[in-house]
Design a protein. Structure first.
Length: 196
């Protein structure tokens, strides 16, 4: 089973307001991401909150997700990933986790299912989509890497683990620029979302 982890604990300082609550296609970023994941082969969905946790929890508590609060969210993205791993590590059904960022709203079911299918078929430790040579999101990490992720330096993030396992990484070509779009400033939001 693959467990989805949506990271939404940051301060959204460059955006100036919570990115998770930005509107897109008649819903919020976080709602769209959760709904898309819910239509996929993912078995459980975890959302990690930190900054504005109570406000965000109120917006998603009606959705089929489990909420994990990361009190150390100011330590960076990896600290939120570690909080999720600690939450799911006792689930023996978990083969890996699909990690997605709340500021990447252009996720689709076909991509999620393709990543999961490739993960089980190839037995690779990491599966990541790529658009025109650039890696995007979401990314699948095998359960075998949970220990390394828990021990990785916070200042380097998950990239330290990814870089250590290049031979065990599968890149999937995907013909949608959306996998690489990180909507973290008002300018990017106007350019890629409001203009849709």
């Amino acid at each position: 089973m693959i467990i989805a982890v949506v990271l939404s604990a940051g301060e959204s300082s460059r955006m100036g307001r919570p990115k998770a609550l930005l509107p897109i296609q008649g819903q919020k970023f976080i709602e769209r991401i959760i709904r898309v994941i819910g239509q996929s082969r993912v078995g459980r969905t975890i959302v990690v909150l930190g900054h504005h946790a109570d406000q965000l929890r109120g917006k998603i508590e009606h959705l089929p997700v489990e909420v994990v609060i990361n009190p150390d969210y100011r330590s960076g993205q990896l600290s939120s990933l570690q909080a999720a791993i600690r939450h799911i590590s006792d689930d023996d059904r978990c083969d890996g986790m699909l990690v997605h960022l709340v500021d990447h709203p252009f996720i689709d079911v076909a991509l999620v299912d393709a990543l999961i299918e490739s993960f089980f078929e190839t037995k690779k430790m990491i599966v990541v989509p790529r658009y025109k040579g650039k890696r995007g999101h979401p990314v699948i990490f095998s359960r075998e890497l949970f220990g390394e992720l828990l021990n990785a330096p916070l200042d380097q993030g998950a990239k330290a683990v990814v870089n250590a396992h290049r031979q065990e990484t599968l890149e999937i070509e995907w013909q949608d620029e959306g996998i690489t779009l990180d909507i973290d400033t008002p300018e990017l939001y106007r350019q890629h979302v409001r203009g849709e």
